[in-house]
Design a protein. Structure first.
Length: 116
């Protein structure tokens, strides 16, 4: 059974930084492309960053040059370093496989709130 446990969110002022962590189990982590998804209030969940098993990264235009995704296959962990945070980065952040499986399981997510 897939388990994804996100942590590291919080309340931060605009311009600040946060580092999110996701611990995965129940999957062959090292073979999967992993991603961070964000669900802003009133909006659909969107993929903001992904990293292949080999470390190639991809970012949504809205976070490019501000967010950095990384992973450690030995620890089954993926991180998201978020710098220069903006109000519009507010939302619940989730990690998951990319692309999403047909019946995707989700963790509880971690809330990120950016204040002015």
């Amino acid at each position: 059974q897939v388990q994804l446990v996100e942590s590291g969110g919080g309340l931060v002022q605009a311009g600040g930084s946060l580092r999110l962590s996701c611990a995965a189990s129940g999957i062959i982590f090292s073979t999967q492309t992993m991603g961070w998804y964000r669900q802003a209030p009133g909006k659909q969940r969107e993929l903001v960053a992904s990293i292949t098993r080999g470390g190639a990264t991809n970012y949504a235009d809205s976070v490019k040059a501000r967010f950095t995704i990384s992973r450690d296959n030995a620890k089954n962990t993926v991180w998201l370093q978020m710098n220069s945070l903006k109000l519009e980065d507010t939302g619940v952040y989730y990690c998951n496989i990319v692309p999403l499986p047909l019946l995707a399981s989700w963790g509880q997510g971690t809330q990120v709130t950016v204040s002015s």
